[in-house]
Design a protein around this ligand. Structure first.
Ligand SMILES: *Cc1c(COP(=O)(O)O)cnc(C)c1O
Length: 399
C-alpha cells in the first residue's frame, strides 16, 4: 500500500506548504532594500507571535545557539545562577552554564515530572544572576509552571533575570511575557512555526539589555548587542539564511490567517489547536492502555508514552515507520527504549491525530500484543474533540 511519510516528531515538525513556496522564491541578497523590508516585517510579526513589547532578535543557529547566547550575554564567569532541570533540555542549561564558568545551583525533578514550587522558592537566592528553565522539556513532555516561577522571582529580590527556553513552549502555551517578567524567551524555527531548522529567535527585556552592559563572558558570533544594533535597521551582523526568514514570514502570515488576519488571534488558535490535539492523543492512548510519561503536567507540544514493561519503544517507532510511514521520536538518554514521543506543535490538525491513533491501534495489537478493540483510541479522541468544540468557547469551534 502507499505510505505517505508523516513527521510526528517534536522538531523538526511538518513543513507548511505556503512557507516552502516562500522559501523557494527567496532568491535575494541580504544587503538589499527587499531583504531589509522582509526582515523588519518578520521581526514585527515575531513580537506579536511571542506576545511582548520587548525587542525580538533572529539568530542563524538552532535553538541551542540562542540558549548559549542567553548565558554568554548575561553572565560573567563565577556568577551564581539557578537552573531548573528535569530532562535533557534542563541538563543542556547546566552544560552551557558550566562551560562558561557559572556557579550553578540546580533544582531537579524526576524525568516526566515538574518542579515543586516550594523547592524552587527555597533555592532562590538574591545573588542569583539568572534563573534558567524550560517552558516544556521536550525530552519528557512535561510542562513547567513559568508563571509560578516568575512570581517567586518577583517575591524574592526581584533582581534575578528569568530566561525561558520556550522552544516548544511558544505556539503551544500562553505566556504573558511582559506581565510575568520573562526577560528572555527563546524559540526555534523547526518547532511551532512550521519551517526547517536553522533559525532561533528570542525576546529580550530592558533589564536583560542592561545586564549585558556588565556581563564579561566572552562572545563573538552570538553578541546580542551587536545583533540589536543591526536588526533595528533590518540588517544583521552576519548573513542570515534569507530563505528561512522568507519562510518564517510566510508561516506567520498563515498563522495570522487562522485568526482572520489577526496574528494575535491566530497565535491563540495555534495554541488551542495544540491543546486539543494533545488532549485527544492522551485520551486515545490511555484508552488503549498506555501509560502517559508526564501524566501530571502534560505539555501541549508533544506527548511521551511509556511502553509496557519488557517492551522496547524502538519497536513501536520502527513499526510505525515501516507500516504507516509515521516518524515518531524515541526517548533521549536513559529514556531511550522506554518511551516514544509524538508532537502536536505547529502544522498538525485533528485528522493527523486521528490517523496516528488509528495506526497505534494496529501497532498496540500486532507489535505489542496488547488487547485492542479497533476504534477505541479513535473514539476516545473523537469524544475529546467533540467536547472541545461544544465547550464554552464558540470562538474555538469556529476556527
Ligand atoms: C528542540 C529544542 C531545543 C533546541 O534544540 P536545537 O537542536 O538546538 O534546535 C531546545 N530546547 C527544547 C525544549 C527543545 O525542544
Amino acid at each position: 500500500m502507499i505510505r505517505k511519510t508523516r513527521l510526528y516528531t517534536p522538531g523538526p515538525t511538518p513543513l507548511l506548504p505556503a512557507a516552502q513556496f516562500a522559501m523557494a522564491a527567496a532568491d535575494m541578497h541580504h544587503r538589499t532594500p527587499e531583504f531589509r523590508a522582509l526582515l523588519l516585517k518578520v521581526l514585527a510579526q515575531l513580537k506579536v507571535f511571542v506576545g511582548t513589547r520587548n525587542e525580538v532578535l533572529l539568530l542563524a543557529s538552532s535553538g541551542t545557539g540562542a540558549m548559549e547566547s542567553a548565558v554568554t550575554n548575561l553572565t560573567s564567569p563565577g556568577d551564581p545562577v539557578l537552573i531548573l532541570s528535569a530532562g535533557k533540555f534542563g541538563e543542556r542549561w547546566e552544560g552551557i552554564a558550566k562551560t562558561y564558568g557559572c556557579e550553578a545551583d540546580v533544582v531537579r525533578a524526576p524525568y516526566g515530572e515538574t518542579f515543586d514550587l516550594d523547592e524552587v522558592r527555597a533555592a532562590i537566592r538574591p545573588g542569583h544572576k539568572v534563573l534558567y528553565m524550560q517552558a516544556t522539556d521536550t525530552s519528557t513532555t512535561a510542562r513547567h509552571n513559568v508563571e509560578g516561577v516568575a512570581k517567586l522571582l518577583k517575591e524574592a529580590s526581584g533582581e534575578t533575570l528569568l530566561v525561558v527556553d520556550g522552544i516548544t513552549g511558544l505556539g503551544t502555551t500562553l505566556f504573558d511575557v511582559d506581565g510575568w517578567g520573562i526577560d528572555v524567551l527563546i524559540g526555534g524555527s523547526q518547532k511551532a512555526v512550521m519551517i526547517p531548522p536553522g533559525l532561533a529567535y528570542l525576546s529580550v527585556s530592558d533589564r536583560a539589555w542592561a545586564a549585558m552592559e556588565t556581563a564579561k563572558t566572552p562572545r563573538f558570533y552570538f553578541d546580542l548587542r551587536k545583533e540589536r544594533k543591526n536588526q533595528v535597521k533590518g540588517e544583521s551582523a552576519y548573513t542570515l539564511p534569507v530563505a528561512l526568514v522568507a519562510g518564517l514570514g510566510g508561516a506567520l502570515d498563515y498563522i495570522a490567517s487562522q485568526g482572520g488576519g489577526d496574528l494575535e488571534k491566530g497565535r491563540m488558535a495555534l495554541i488551542d489547536n495544540a491543546e486539543v490535539n494533545a488532549a485527544a492523543t492522551r485520551a486515545g492512548l490511555a484508552a488503549l492502555g498506555f501509560t502517559l510519561f508526564a501524566a501530571k503536567s502534560p505539555a501541549a507540544a508533544a506527548t511521551a508514552v511509556s511502553v509496557p514493561e519488557g517492551m522496547n519503544s524502538g519497536e513501536v517507532i520502527k513499526a510505525l515507520k515501516a507500516r504507516f510511514g509515521i516518524v515518531a521520536a524515541n526517548g533521549q538518554g536513559e529514556m531511550m527504549g522506554k518511551i516514544f514521543r509524538v508532537a502536536h506543535l505547529g502544522f498538525f490538525d485533528y485528522l493527523d491525530t486521528v490517523a496516528l491513533l488509528g495506526a497505534m491501534e494496529h501497532i498496540a495489537k500486532d507489535t505489542l500484543g496488547m488487547p485492542v478493540r479497533y476504534g477505541e483510541a479513535v473514539a476516545a479522541a473523537q469524544q475529546v474533540y467533540a467536547e472541545a468544540m461544544n465547550a464554552a468557547q464558540p470562538a474555538l469551534a469556529a476556527r
